[in-house]
Design a protein around this ligand. Structure first.
Ligand code: PMP
Length: 407
């Protein structure tokens, strides 16, 4: 049993008190974005009320305090993922931005015609399309690790894909469409045995599972603030110092330079080399509060509670006639995706919405996953630490009601 006081946690999230369509909100779309605790909302307010000014620029007081607050977040992030250095933490717009950074910069330096990049069959579009664009530009080839009917990667096929032409492996830690937890340690070890670096898309993992980048020995790690109780428009690219020094800058502009003349520009040191222009300052500062919030609850406590809730949801939803779970891997986290015979996921989603229950329907930005299962999409309930068994009961009752109406 979990040692978290969920009712107390719910009090921290003002939005959970609101009604939707005349019913209490039941928010089960945390894979799209999580709700924000008051601590985070207050941090955004406080930035604009007390310290609004640009960072890394001014000698004046306000600029110094906003810079300090922004840099505190970087150090908090460093601790959170156990990076060796704070300058290995690049503050980006989010996971998509972080992956595009690596595809562009690593690609520019290391990927040439005939080279291969490996992704998996269960990637979010943001971990497919940047690599496709790179491959097209460079004449490189995108290889895909297949998955089985349970939604687990075929590791033998992965081993067979790795070869001297492989330049990078980029896979998600947890699938946002299926909930599968991938065997990332093994994926990294196998790639490293061939001298190949690995990027982990941790967007669906970092708020549910403790991540230690040094212990994993991962080369790049990407995640988003808004999926971990923080604000939108901010995220992280962790990169090993060695790689960040070897690859060229991303965008050109202010902050990423040391000296600019019309003849030649020299670039700033890490992490600023990759942070051109004014960042999303309030989001960067408020992300600190989100990490504090997770740390206070304890990521292991969060995981234990969410695992318990996921098992309960799976067991209870199994009682729905005609239900078929999409993604039945042995190792799963926080996501339950399903279809019901004779219904369209969208119709179930609309009926649940009328009951105040927010789920996501559709392909979840992972169209190849839906193609493999020959379905247009799924209904996806994705969990956060404030969800309860009572909410799961309401979901199950809602799905039964929708099915009775639709079939
Ligand atoms: N990868 C995964 C696994 C995700 O779940 C998401 C967000 N749903 C993304 C990438 C993209 O994140 P963002 O839109 O915040 O850039």
């Amino acid at each position: 049993m979990s040692n978290l006081d969920i009712q107390k946690i719910r009090e921290d999230f003002p939005i959970l008190k609101r009604q939707v369509n005349g019913k209490p909100l039941i928010y089960l779309d945390n894979g799209a974005t999580t709700q924000k605790p008051k601590l985070v909302i207050d941090a955004i307010m406080s930035y604009y009320t007390d310290m609004n000014s640009n960072v890394h620029r001014g000698v004046h007081y306000l600029s110094q305090i906003s810079t300090d607050a922004f840099e505190v977040t970087r150090r908090k992030l460093q601790e959170f993922i156990n990076a060796a250095h704070d300058y290995e933490v690049i503050i980006t717009k989010g996971t998509t931005d972080s992956i595009n950074l690596v595809a562009t910069c690593y690609g520019r330096e290391f990927v040439h015609a005939g080279d291969e990049i490996i992704v998996s069959a269960m990637e979010h579009h943001s971990n497919i399309v940047p690599w496709q664009m790179l491959c097209e530009e460079r004449g490189a080839i995108l290889k895909v690790i297949p998955m089985n009917e349970e939604g687990e990667l075929d590791m033998e096929a992965y081993k067979a894909l790795l070869n001297e032409k492989t330049k990078l492996v980029s896979v998600n830690y947890v699938s946002n469409a299926l909930g599968t937890i991938n065997p990332v340690r093994e994926i990294i070890q196998l790639a490293h045995a061939q001298g190949v670096p690995v990027l982990l898309d941790a967007a669906q993992a970092v708020q549910h599972i403790k991540i230690d980048v040094q212990e994993l020995d991962v080369d790049f790690l990407a995640f988003s603030g808004h999926k971990m109780y923080g604000p939108t428009g901010v995220g992280v690219l962790y990169g090993k110092e060695e790689w960040l020094n070897k690859i060229p800058p991303y965008q050109g502009g202010g902050d990423m330079i040391k000296d600019v003349t019309f003849e030649k520009t020299t670039y700033n040191e890490l992490p600023f080399k990759f942070e051109a222009g004014t960042p999303n300052i309030e989001a960067g500062i408020a992300l600190n509060a989100a990490i504090d919030y997770i740390n206070d609850l304890g990521i292991d406590n969060i995981k234990a509670y969410e695992d318990e809730l996921l098992a309960y949801a799976t067991e209870q939803l199994s009682t729905v006639e005609g239900i078929r779970f999409i993604g039945t891997a042995k190792e799963k986290s926080s996501v339950i995706s399903f279809v019901v015979d004779g219904t369209h996921p969208y119709d179930i989603g609309v009926i649940l919405d009328k009951l105040g229950i927010a789920v996501r329907t559709g392909h979840h930005c992972a169209q190849p996953v839906m193609d493999q299962f020959h379905i247009p999409g799924t209904v996806r309930a994705s969990l956060a630490v404030y969800n309860t068994k009572e909410e799961i009961d309401a979901l199950v009752a809602g799905v039964k009601r929708a099915t009775a109406m639709l079939v």
